[in-house]
Design a protein around this ligand. Sequence first.
Ligand code: NDP
Length: 497
Amino acid sequence: MVEVKNQVVNLKMYIDGEWKEAENQQTRLVYNPANGEIIAKAPEGTITDARAAIDAARKAFDTGVWSGISAQERASYLLKIADKIDSYAEELTELETMDNGKPLREAGFDVADAAACFRYYAGLITKPDGQTYHVADPMQAMVVREPVGVCGLIVPWNYPLLMSVWKIAPALAAGNTIVFKPSEVTPVTPQKLFEIFEEVGLPKGAANMVMGAGAVVGNEIVSHPDVDMVSFTGGTKTGKHIMKTAADTMKKVSLELGGKSPNIIFADSDFETAVDYALFGIYAGSGQVCSAGSRILVEESIYDQFVARFVERARKIKVGPGNDPSTEMGPLVSADHLEKILYYIELGKQEGATVACGGNRIVTAGLEKGYFVEPTVFVNVEQEMRIVQEEIFGPVVVIQKFKDEEEAIKLANGTIYGLAGGVFTKDGAKGLRVIKKLRAGITWINSYHPTYNEAPWGGYKQSGIGRSLGTFGLEEFQEIKQININLQVEPVGWFSN
Ligand code: NDP
C-alpha cells in the first residue's frame, strides 16, 4: 500500500483485520521534514474509531484467537514478521528517512533492530518461566505468567518503527491483543508494519492500529475500561497525564519518558574517545533521542581543551537531508518541533549562557524548506538554568565543568530525570563507583548509546516506570498468577458444626 514515490499516499487504520478510514473521513497531512513536502494523508481517527479498535482487541483476546494459541505458534508468527521486515528492509529504511528525517544509516539500523527484536521475543516466549514453591503438605503452590489482556500502546515520533516494535513484539509474544497508536507526525512505517501483520496472517483483532490526535484517540485508549494496560513512550508531561487518566480504571501502566542525561568526562579518560562519544551522544538522531547525552560534564583541568575540540568537530558535522548518503545529521521532525528548539536556544541566551557554536536554523540553498538546526553548544551555564534542567530534545548540548567526583555526581543527579548516563575514565574502579551513584536506569562506561534487545531500557525518577526490552520488557506485558493446589481433597474442618 505504501510506496516510496514522490506522491502523496493515503494511509489507513487497521481495525479487526480491515483497513479503515476515519469514520468522519477526516485526514491529516504528513510532511517530509527534509523539505516540507506532503508525503501522506493519515486518517484523523475519532473516539468512535478508537472504540472500534478496542472492541476488536477485546473480542480477540476474550475468544482466545491469539491468547489461546501456543507460545510456539505465536513465536512462529513473530519469526515470519521478522523475516518480512528483513525482506522489506530497503523500503522501510527509505520510508523511515522520509517520514522522520533521520539519515539512511540510522534508519537502516532501526529496521535491522526491529527484525531482531521480533526474533528475540519469539525465542524468549518459548523458554521456561514460572516458579513452584515448597509449601506445607498437602498443598502445591506455583506461579504462572499470563497475558495482561488488551494493551494500549502509544508511541512518539523519534523512532517511529523501532519504538512501535519495542512494545508490539513483547506484547504479542506474551499473548496480549493490542490497540496501537503511532505519533500523528510519523505514521508511515507503522502502517507498513501492520501491512506485514496482514501478510503473515495474524488473527483478526490481535493487532489493531488507530491514528489521530493523542488527546482524542490516545486519551480514549487510556481511559476505556476494556483496555487493561497502557504502555507509553513520550514526553514526561504527557506521561503524567496518562498515569492520572489510567488510574480511574486502575490500568497497569508502563511509561518510558524524557531525559536530560549526563555524560561525565574525567581528565584521565581517553580524550579523543570521550569527545567522539560525546558528539554521538547528543547529535545522533539530531538529539531527538530520549537517552541523549544532553549534559556533558567535564573535569575542570581538561574543560577548555574539551570544549575547543568538541566545538571544532561539531562545526564539521554534515547536516543535510537523510536520503543523502553523506548526511551525518538530519533535520528535526516537524515545523512545530523546530520552533521548540529555536525557542530553547533563545531561552539559553536570555538566561546568560554562551553559544559556543551553532544556534541557528540552517537556511542554505537546498535546506531552506526543511527543519534543519546547527549542532549547538552552550557553555557558561548554571545548573538551575532551564536549558540545563529541561529536556530540549534537539541538537543542543550544555557543557558544564566539575571539580571532583563528588561534584560530578551531584550535578549529574541534579534534575528531575533519571533515564541514562555515561562516564569516561581509564580508572575502572572510579568508572563503576560513579555509575553506581548515578540515579539512572541505562548507563555506559567509556561508551554512549548502544542499546540491546536483551537488556532492559527505562528510567528512574521522572523518566518513567517499568522497563522495555529483555526479560523485563516481556514481564511488563504479563500478569502473575498464583495457583494453589490441594493434593489431599478433604474438608478443611475449621468450623465444628
Ligand atoms: P508526546 O508525549 O506529546 O506524544 C507521544 C505520543 O503520545 C504521541 O503518539 C501522542 O499523540 C500521544 N499523546 C499525546 N497526548 C496524549 C494523551 N493525552 N493521551 C494519550 N496519548 C497522548 O510527545 P511529543 O511528540 O509532543 O513531544 C513532546 C516532547 O516530549 C518532546 O519535545 C520531547 O521532549 C518529549 N519526547 C520524549 C520522547 C522520549 O522518547 N523520551 C519521545 C518523544 C517526545 P500525537 O502526538 O499523535 O497527538
